[in-house]
Structure formats: C-alpha cells, structure tokens
Design a protein around this ligand. Sequence first.
Ligand code: NAD
Ligand code: ZN
Length: 357
Amino acid sequence: MKFRNFKMVSYVVYGRGSFNQLDEILVPHRKDSAPMIFLLDHFFENKSLATRVPVRGKDKIIFADVTHEPKTKQVDALANLLKDEFGSVSGVIGIGGGSVMDLAKAVSLMMNNPGSSADYQGWDLVKNPGVYKAGIPTLSGTGAEVSRTTVLTGPSRKLGMNSDFTPFDQIVLDPELTVNAPVNQRFYTGMDCYIHCIESLTGTFLNEFSKSYGEKALNLCQEVFLGDGTWGPEQDDKLMMASYAGGMSIAYSQVGVAHAVSYGLGYLLGTKHGVGNCIVFDKLEEYYPEGVKEFKQMVKKNKIEIPQNITKGLSDEQFDTMINVSLGMKPLWENALGADWEKIMTRDKLRALYERL
Ligand code: NAD
Ligand code: ZN
C-alpha cells in the first residue's frame, strides 16, 4: 500500500471582508516591476468588486469569459498574451467560480512550462512550478480552491492538469463575495459539494481522513439546503466552508458515478459541471439511494428545476462518445463500484443510464 503524500494550499485566510487584506497579502510576492495579473470572472465587469481589486503599477485586470468551461486553447492564449506583453509576471490571482480559479491555476503553470496546456492534461506531467497563484472563490461548492487539479477541455479530452504544482499558494475565503450568486447557480455549484460528499463517503476508497472532512461538509450542506429560514450570510458562510471541507475529503478519496457520467455530458454537450452533476445524480437512486432521496428534497425545498431529456435524439455515435469518456474515468468507477466495476458498469448499462438523462 502506497499512501498519498498530498500537496496542500500553502496559506488560507477566511472571513467576511477578508478580501480587503489582499493588497497586504500580495506585497511580499511582488517581484520588481513584474505585474500581478487579476483574472476576474466576467460577471464582475462594471461591478463594485472590480474597483476593490488592489492594482498597483503595471498590474492588469483581465475579465475572463466563462460562458463555457475553460479550454486548453483559452489557457494558452492567456499565457501567451501575458508573456508577449510582460515577459514575466509576479503572480496570477483568480477571482470567480471554479472556472476562473481553474483558469488562474493553469495560466500560472503555463507561464513557466513550455508548449501547450494540452500537453499536461493527465497526472504529474507538469515539469516546473508556475508563478505565484492565489484563488478567491465567488461561488461555493466545487472545491477547486483546494484541489490539485484544473479541469480543462482540450483537443482530445476533458482532463485536469493534476500535479503537486497545481494547488494555490494562497486562497482567500470571503463569503461576502458569494452574495450575488443567482439562486439556480448557487444551488448547482452547492450540489457539486453535496455530491462530492456522498461519492466520497460511500466510496470504496474511504478512510478516516476523508470521512472527517466529508461528514462535516455533508452536515453543512444539509443545514444550508434543508434548514429553516431564508438564505442569508449564515448560509453563505457555511457553504464556503462546506466547499473547502468537501474538497479536502475528495483530495484523499475520489468522486464517483455522478462525476464519471457527467464528464461525458460535459465533453459532448458542453453541459456545465454543477448542473451536469445534478442532472445525473437525480437518476442515481440505484447507486446512492439515501443521497438521491435527500437531493430530491433539496431540489424541492429550494424550488429548483433540474433539466430533463437532455440526451433525447442523440445518435449512437454520440452516445458512444459519452460512454468512452465516462468509462475512461477508471479511478472514479473503482471508488464507486469496487475493483470489479467493469463487470457491473457495462457499456449497455451506461447507455441505458445516459438515455434516461
Ligand atoms: P463557474 O465558475 O463556471 O461559474 C458559473 C457562472 O456563475 C458563470 O456565469 C459566472 O460568471 C457566474 N458567477 C461566478 N460568481 C458569481 C457571483 N458571485 N455572482 C453571480 N454570478 C457569478 O461555476 P462553478 O460551478 O463555480 O465552477 C464550475 C467549474 O469548476 C467547471 O469548469 C468545473 O470543471 C470546475 N471544477 C473544478 C474542480 C477542481 O478541482 N479544479 C472541481 C470541480 C469543478
Ligand atoms: Zn465536482
């Protein structure tokens, strides 16, 4: 048995208004005249948060278009733009949802690694540390703030740059930044965390480390999405910590069926991670009976619509593409169904599941 020796985020600050400390946090990481690059979610263009970004000297704010989830092409274009304009930069600071945080991690890595980010999709392929990078979530749930990956859609696959160089050097967890999140988006991204918990806690890779974080995150999700009262600061605070703890839980275990199937939807149809996971999880009563029951209660209580019939009319070839992408996620299936998963999740069984989505 080889135990994972995992690299964590180096510094964490948590609290309402902690974003105001960003300037002093960044000062020691500024190198001569090399600028800090702030990648801001395009939602914040012309919003007050953009005016609070602590720009100095040649620093640059780039509004990142996250209409679609990050692509290797987008990462390469951003890194090349920065190399052309500045040569080197002091750091890349990602302020936004999981998409912007992943973009920031990937751009930081590509400032110091040759070629295309597509060359590094996989496990431990990244050669050199990136430039200093910080992540500041404005949506809670993905756990991208703590993970060692950055999920990218490339020319031939949807896969992360998983490496010890990938985690942020600093994260700033300020729940105030999530206050504007639309109800549906907040739910979908929040459910990403809930599903991380269920998949981790019921998986065959579970251990006490993952369980400790997973149970806490699960409780927080239950309080937030099934508790009394309307949504307010308390819920934002709790969901931000649930995201962190849920991310820590899967760091030492793995996700499962919903993620494996949702990756296929994302690759073929561009379905986004949060809503894709909800579409799949809604139909997984066979694998996660209690979790799916509770999920349905959360959907009802929060008056959310889960899209239906999204695979209607797809061709055999398209179903095959999704099945291939999904079955490629071997560790996820092994965690969910055990070492003999290939006997359980046959292509026919997976096709039938995709047809129900
Ligand atoms: P997102 O980052 O894709 O953002 C969804 C939408 O919400 C966007 O339109 C964005 O502009 C908007 N938005 C962001 N913050 C907002 C705010 N405060 N108010 C209003 N709108 C806001 O959504 P997400 O669910 O946070 O992230 C999904 C992405 O994260 C996917 O690309 C997925 O692959 C990735 N992901 C990464 C990891 C990891 O470990 N690296 C884990 C899970 C998911
Ligand atoms: Zn997820």
